[in-house]
Each structure stands twice: as C-alpha cells, then as structure tokens.
Design a protein around this ligand. Structure first.
Ligand SMILES: [Zn+2]
Length: 297
C-alpha cells in the first residue's frame, strides 16, 4: 500500500513543546524521478523538502508560500524548495548528477552542500512585500542549518531531525520525512533538559520510519517525557508545480517580435525547461510565427 504524504501536529499538555512531523516519501520520489537525482542529490533535496514543509507550517500565519534556498559552496550548487500553505511542494538542485560519499560509503551531504554559504528563507503571502531572512550555513547537513536559522532569525528554539532512506541499488526513495519540536516560552529549564536528552537519544528519523513507526508514534516517542496530544493531521502534501505551456508562451511573447524572429532564424524552435519540475515546453517554428502575430508591436 502506498500511503500518501502527510503531516501531524501535536502539543504537550503542559504547553511546553509543540511538534510537527511529516512523511514525504512520495513527493521526494517524484522529485527524484523528475530531476533524475543521484543518491546524494535525492537525500539533499529530500531533507530540504522536509525542512521547508516544517518551516512553512511552523512560521506561516497566513495563506502563501515559503521558499527555502540553501546556497552552499559545495558541488551540488543551490538547493531550492517552494512550499505552499495548501501543501504543494516543488524543488530542485543545481547539479542533480553529483555524488559525494564518505569513507564508509554513505552519502556525504555536508560535503555536497558545503560548510559555508547561506540559508535564505522567504515567505510570500501574495499581498505585500515578501518577508525575507538569511543566515550563514553552519554545518551543510541541512537540518542543523535550519535549526540555526530558526534560533538566529526567528528566535525559535527547536530540535529538528529529518532523513531520507534510499533503496541502495536503485536509489528509489523508501522512507523520507522529518520532525520539528519547538520549545515554547513557558518551558522550564528542567523540561528542556529532559526533552533534549530524549530526542538526542532517538534514532535518526529515517531509521524510525524504517522500523515501522508512523508519525503519531514518532511524535509521541520524541516527547515521551510528557503527556502529548495530537492536534491535527493533514494528508494533502504532494509534489506540484504551477508552470504551464501558457506561462511559457506568455514569456516568449513578452520577448517581442524582433527577439522571436531571431530565435526562428537562428535556432528554428524554442524549448523551455522548468527548473522546479523539469517539464519541457516546446514551440516549433510555425508556433513561434503564430506568437509574432499575437504581438501588437
Ligand atoms: Zn514546473
């Protein structure tokens, strides 16, 4: 059975901690197939997608979309993920083909991303100027960088674990997701210390999923020092990109007659590939000539 990607929110009954957990296997696998991701880039993009969803559902107060951009100096280049408040997710890496392994043969994400660079987060509620904030990369492992972003830029103390587990031979995504635990202002030092001890002793997120636990169980296990209540579940997470042939056509038309004519005489056709979803839009010579007719200049 292929379970759909979903999200669970919970809170401790004493109000000291809030948590959000997500499973992102299907949307990560769709990204892997669309972009032909290597093992390394599937894990890097998968972690970033889980983190971006967790950020969006922690920070958002209104309808809109959040963009997480990890711009490290490693060979993978930029990692960009866009999440909407409706649960649609899309994303890509600049260099999907690169592989980085450590001496044990595990994917080496901090090497691929780089230990220096920036984490940029923007939130656009489609009403005014988008909110933007950036911090420096501190580890290149993604989860730690997002925790540092939350602490530095949003003054939110948190614990975050995310993971992607691939079938070793094929690279198919078998498990993916993450959990973010947010410390609330009324949490006592004792509460924080105890919870920190518990969560640091937990297995990595992908191992917890592999062991057969569902998100509710992982959330309760992470906050096992407290009586925890599940607040809500959301099942609509999916990979979706809003690009279309019409949008590409409008972009071509906006180039103007002279530019379109140049394309016809030099290349003979126009091809556009969407970075976010790898869909390709193709306009043949005759279709480009029709576009010239649509221009008034
Ligand atoms: Zn697209």
């Amino acid at each position: 059975m292929s379970e759909s990607d979903y999200l669970v929110k919970g809170i401790t009954k004493n109000g000291s901690f809030r948590a959000i957990a997500v499973s992102t296997k299907n949307l990560t696998e769709e990204a892997r197939q669309r972009h032909n991701l290597s093992h390394t880039s599937a894990v890097a993009l998968g972690r970033s997608m889980a983190c971006a969803i967790l950020l969006c559902y922690t920070l958002r107060k209104t309808k809109g979309h959040l963009t997480l951009k990890i711009k490290g100096e490693g060979p993978i280049g930029n990692i960009i993920v866009d999440v909407s408040s409706e649960g649609t997710v899309r994303g890509y890496v600049d260099h999907p083909e690169i592989e980085c392994f450590d001496q044990k043969g595990y994917v080496d994400i901090d090497k691929a991303v780089g230990k220096t660079g920036y984490v940029h987060v923007s939130y656009d509620n489609e009403k005014g100027i988008p909110y933007k904030s950036s911090v420096e990369i501190v580890s290149g492992e993604i989860a730690k960088d997002v925790v540092n972003y939350l602490a530095t830029s949003e003054q939110i103390a948190s614990f975050l674990s995310c993971g992607v587990y691939l079938e070793p031979a094929s690279g198919k995504v078998l498990h993916a997701g993450g959990i973010l635990i947010q410390t609330m202002p009324n949490a006592s030092d004792d509460d924080i210390k105890k919870t920190e001890e518990t969560v640091t002793k937990l297995d990595p997120f992908s191992i917890l999923l592999r062991s057969g636990l569902n998100l509710e169980q992982i959330l309760k296990k992470s906050l096992s020092d407290h009586d925890t209540e599940i607040l809500s579940e959301f099942e609509g997470l999916c990979f979706y990109c809003g690009c279309s042939r019409n949008k590409f056509e409008s972009a071509l038309i906006s180039l103007g007659r002279t530019e379109i004519k140049k394309i016809i005489t030099s290349v003979g056709y126009a091809e556009g590939r969407c970075n976010f979803c790898s869909n390709v839009y193709m306009f043949k010579k005759e279709e480009l000539e029709d576009l010239i007719k649509k221009r008034k200049d």
